[in-house]
Ligand binder design. Structure first.
Ligand code: C2E
Ligand code: CA
Ligand code: CA
Ligand code: CA
Length: 284
């Protein structure tokens, strides 16, 4: 679609012009943001469904555009990928997340894991174990407190190579989870070949456990139960994302899901605001 803007006919389309101008402006702003380091991290709690305590947090990148305000990552991450700057952003996210997690430890707070999202492009174009090793060394964070969230798309390409990289990461002590599990196009065969620790049940599935009238929706509920069972049979943890209601949390606990994350517990917050959520029961 990028090439359409260069095509002579399209030049006469005012909407197309407006759109490609907007995109160019956004690209320039993003390049600027990468140079000036205009990103922040927000942290969303993961709760252990047995203890009710914080078991970890997921780091989520935030970009404050000087004029447009907060630009959602779902918009600028794909742009960053197409511009070839995703690995720069990704490395900053990783380093900052490790630094922040170590700072919580230095404050004497109970240890929690920090999870960092790694895009497929970043995974394939950089030496991830080397970047992770540096981030851990420079921050002083113990490797077992770092988790990487990878989407199924990472695991689909160059399977043997990817499995090797994941083995290296796990040998360092880093944990690996599969993000948005069930939404990719993958066959399940990769699961037994990939050294991983957890499956994250996508928000769309969690949303389908109950119908709008509050009744259990048979199909939706059985998909979620099946993913939990699958995870446990493979000796993996099951983590549900996008949990918004007490009913969803109770259902997930009753089905043996290990951890939940969602607006019910907490929205993503700053590293400072997270401090009040440590060391207490977070389940309603
Ligand atoms: P994700 O990894 O699936 O992250 C979860 C997203 O769901 C976050 O959106 C979070 O704010 C949102 N969320 C959490 N709980 C709830 C809930 O109860 N209800 C609803 N409706 N939403 C909930 P966010 O922060 O806008 O991030 C969107 C996506 O952008 C992420 O999806 C992830 O794929 C990507 N992303 C975010 N940060 C990074 C990053 O540092 N690096 C990379 N590569 N991707 C990132
Ligand atoms: Ca994630
Ligand atoms: Ca998701
Ligand atoms: Ca995602």
């Amino acid at each position: 679609a990028k090439d359409l803007g260069r095509n002579g006919f399209q030049l006469y389309s005012p909407t197309m012009n407006a759109r490609s101008f907007e995109r160019l402006a956004m690209e320039a702003a993003l390049r600027h943001a990468v140079r000036r380091n205009e990103f922040r991290l927000a942290y969303q709690v993961k709760v252990d469904l047995v203890s009710g305590r914080m078991s970890g947090v997921e780091a989520l990148v935030r970009w404050h555009h000087p004029e447009a305000g907060l630009v959602p990552p779902a918009e600028f991450i794909p742009l960053a990928e197409s511009m070839g700057v995703i690995s720069d952003i990704g490395e900053w996210v990783l380093r900052e997340a490790c630094r922040q997690c170590q700072q919580w430890r230095d404050l004497g707070l109970p240890p929690v894991r920090v999870a960092v999202n790694v895009s497929a492009l970043q995974f394939h174009e950089t030496d991830i174990p080397a970047v992770v090793g540096r981030a851990l060394r420079d921050s002083g964070l113990p490797p077992h407190l770092l988790e990487l969230e990878l989407t199924e798309s990472v695991l689909m390409q160059r399977v043997d190579e990817v499995a090797g990289v994941l083995r290296d990461l796990r040998a360092m002590g880093v944990r690996i989870s599969i993000d948005d599990f069930g939404t990719g196009y993958s066959s399940l065969s990769y699961l037994k070949r990939m050294p991983i620790d957890a499956l994250k049940i996508d928000r769309s599935f969690v949303n389908d456990i109950f119908s709008d009238d509050g009744q259990v929706a048979e199909e939706g509920a059985s998909i979620v139960s099946t993913i939990i069972t699958l995870a446990h049979n493979l000796r993996l943890k099951a983590i549900a994302e996008g949990v918004e209601t007490v009913a969803q949390a109770l259902f997930l606990r009753q089905r043996g899901c290990d951890e939940v994350q969602g607006f019910l517990i907490s929205r993503p917050v700053s590293g400072e605001d997270l401090i009040s959520l440590f060391d207490r029961n977070l389940l309603p």
